[in-house]
Ligand binder design. Structure first.
Ligand code: CP
Ligand code: NVA
Length: 324
């Protein structure tokens, strides 16, 4: 592929999709382009200081956020643009007016929409009706920005991606889904260990397996944490009850303890393995303090890279929309 050599993106340096709703839509070239530009943005942020001058982004959030909100706001501001936060915790999207009407209003004022919703269908509907780019900032199904930043981080740590193995241990949730699909596309094998009944969705696993067949990676499900972690280069976990599942916190705390990431479990991984977590973490629950604070932990590098990867996404998506 043609490398992106200057902050002025070349015409051919566009994504194959107008939105980032689901990583299954991204081609291998899209992934390379995002990572390449993210590396440039990270190495030379000043070169992009005016790249989105005068551009506005609407941030619609039905759920709380620290990392996603701050990185999108800082990302826009640091490239000369502006982000407007729309708190949709109450009422949720579609309750005050239709999602279609929200999309058709926002496209008249701003250049892009970032949305964090419960229903994945809400982000799909925004993308269907808005003529401007829509970025999925987490739904109950997927967290694409997180997965992209995580594999960018792994690429930095290991100098390669293809051939690496990652184990996701815990709940087969949105983050697990994004890691499965993105990993499989990138040639990273993904093992998932969950208690019985908490596996990732079957259709996501099938999708990931079909992408893995093409990239040479493997996707395997386990109900046993040590078996999944054996020999991997990255051990990943997330909360046992995601946003919207708080009602089940107590029950899950009884089901998941053998899936906690401890120093003993980390010892089953490759000696150079890293520990990963999307954050927020429930310290002492899905991971011990000793692991998350250990030299193996790259959780704050993941958090930092959310900024660089999302800046690359904004540049690519807003540019190809003809607005930049
Ligand atoms: N990892 C992540 O998306 O964090 P926030 O929920 O704080 O945005
Ligand atoms: N699985 C978690 C991820 C938070 C970034 C949740 O959805 O709450």
């Amino acid at each position: 592929m043609t490398p992106v050599l200057t902050p002025t993106l070349e015409k051919q340096d566009t994504l194959s999709v107008p939105d980032l709703v689901a990583e299954r839509d991204l081609t291998r070239r899209d992934l390379e382009l995002i990572f390449q530009l993210a590396a440039q943005v990270k190495a030379s942020p000043g070169s992009f200081a005016q790249a989105l001058q005068g551009k506005q982004l609407a941030l619609i959030f039905e759920k709380p956020s620290l990392r996603t909100r701050v990185t999108f706001e800082v990302g826009m501001t640091s490239m000369g643009g502006y982000a407007i936060y729309l708190d949709h915790t109450k009422p949720r999207l579609g309750e005050r007016e239709s999602i279609k009407d929200i999309a058709r209003n926002l496209e008249r004022w701003v250049h892009g929409i970032v949305a964090r919703t419960f229903a994945h269908a809400s982000v799909l509907e925004l993308a269907e009706h808005a003529s401007i780019p829509v970025i999925n900032a987490l739904t109950d199904l997927l967290h694409p920005c997180q997965g992209l930043a995580d594999f960018f981080t792994l690429g930095e740590k290991f100098g390669r991606l293809r051939g690496l193995k990652l184990a996701f241990v815990g709940d087969g949730n949105n983050v697990c889904h994004s890691l499965l699909i993105t990993g499989a596309k990138l040639g990273v094998s993904v093992n998932v260990a969950t208690p019985p009944g908490f596996e990732p969705k079957a259709e996501i696993v099938e999708d990931a397996k079909s992408f893995a067949r093409k990239s040479g990676a493997k996707v395997q499900l386990f109900n046993d944490a040590p078996a999944a972690v054996a020999g991997v280069q990255a051990v990943y976990t997330d909360v046992w009850a995601s946003m919207g599942q708080e009602y089940a916190t107590h029950l899950r705390a009884q089901v998941f303890p053998s899936f906690r990431i401890t120093e003993e479990l980390m010892a089953a991984a490759d000696p150079g393995a890293v520990f990963m977590h999307c954050l927020p973490a429930h310290r002492g629950q899905e991971v011990t303090n000793a692991v998350i604070d250990s030299p193996q932990s790259v959780v704050f590098d993941q958090a930092e890279n959310r900024l660089h990867v999302q800046k690359a996404l904004l540049l690519l998506l807003l540019m190809q929309n003809g607005r930049v």
